[in-house]
Design a binder for this molecule. Structure first.
Ligand code: PEP
Length: 251
C-alpha cells in the first residue's frame, strides 16, 4: 500500500553508543500520533540493537544499507539477506549510488540482490538516479528506465508490492544541492508512469516513491507536497534527531 515513508540512511557513520543515543533522541521527540513510516538505516553491526529499540514502536522499523548477492558461503565480510532478516529488519536498501559507484554494482547484480531480499521476506527500497552529465545531456529518463527495467521489472505484480522506489539524483546527494520540487516531481511522475505501463495503474498508484538528495527540514515540505513524492531517503539530516524528526512530520 502506498504510504509516506522517511528513511534515515546513516551510511558509515555513528558508533554503537552514538547510534543508540540518536535513536533514543528520535523516539523521545517523535509525536505519539506519528503516522509516517520511519526507518533507521544503520550499519549492519547496529541493526539488531536498533531493531530491538524499535520493537513495539508503531510505524518505526529498520532497514539495512545493502545485502549480499549470495545466499551463504565463502564470501568473507559479506552479509546475507537471511542474516539481515534475522536481525528483524523490515527493508533492505539496494542500488544506492554510493554502492553503484564505489563498489561497481551493476543493474544485473542488483537484480540478484533483490531476489535474495525477497527470498528472505525483506521489502526493498530500490534506488535509482542520474549523474549531472546524464541530466544535462537529457539522458536521465532512459537511464532511470534502464535501472528499473534491468533490476526490478522482472518481478511479479505481487512481489512488486514490496518495492519502494527511491529517486536520488546523484548530483544532489551530499552536495547541498537539492533537485527543485518540479524536477523531482517530473521524475517521480515518470517512474510512476513506467510502473503503470509495466504493472497497471493499481500497482503504480500503490507504490511509494521517495526522493533523496540533500533533503532537509527547510526543503522537505515543498518536495513532499508534490503529487508523486511519498517521502524521503535522508542522508546527512538523518544524523540529527531534531532535523530528522522534523522531516518525518512534514506531510
Ligand atoms: C543518501 O545518502 O541517500 C542521501 C540522500 O544523502 P543526503 O541526504 O546527505 O544528500
Amino acid at each position: 500500500m502506498r504510504k509516506n515513508i522517511v528513511a534515515g540512511n546513516w551510511k558509515m557513520n555513528l558508533n554503537r553508543q552514538e547510534a543508540v543515543a540518536l535513536v533514543d533522541q528520535v523516539l523521545t521527540q517523535l509525536p505519539a500520533e506519528n503516522i509516517t513510516e520511519i526507518l533507521f538505516v544503520p550499519s549492519f553491526v547496529h541493526l539488531h540493537k536498533i531493531a530491538k529499540m524499535c520493537t513495539d514502536i508503531t510505524n518505526v522499523f529498520t532497514a539495512s544499507q545493502d545485502c549480499s548477492s549470495h545466499e551463504s558461503g565463502a564470501f568473507t565480510s559479506e552479509v546475507s539477506a537471511n542474516m539481515i532478516a534475522s536481525c528483524n529488519a523490515k527493508y533492505v536498501v539496494l542500488g544506492h549510488s554510493e554502492r553503484r559507484s564505489n563498489f561497481k554494482e551493476s543493474n544485473q547484480v542488483l537484480k540478484i540482490k533483490v531476489e535474495q531480499a525477497f527470498a528472505n521476506n525483506l521489502a526493498v527500497i530500490f534506488c535509482c538516479g542520474e549523474t549531472l552529465d546524464q541530466r544535462e545531456s537529457g539522458a536521465h529518463f532512459d537511464w532511470i528506465k534502464l535501472q528499473l527495467t534491468e533490476s526490478i521489472f522482472h518481478l511479479s505484480a505481487a512481489d512488486f508490492s514490496d518495492i519502494v522506489v527511491a529517486y536520488e539524483p546523484i548530483w544532489a546527494i551530499g552536495t547541498g544541492i537539492t533537485a527543485s520540487s518540479e524536477q523531482a516531481q517530473e521524475i517521480h511522475a515518470f517512474i510512476r508512469d513506467l510502473i503503470a505501463q509495466r504493472y497497471g495503474n493499481y500497482v503504480a498508484k500503490n507504490t511509494s516513491i521517495l526522493y533523496g538528495g540533500s533533503c532537509k527540514p527547510i526543503n522537505a515540505q515543498e518536495l513532499f507536497s508534490q503529487q508523486d513524492i511519498d517521502g524521503g531517503l535522508i542522508g546527512g539530516a538523518s544524523l540529527n534527531a531534531t532535523d530528522f524528526v522534523a522531516i518525518t512530520q512534514l506531510f
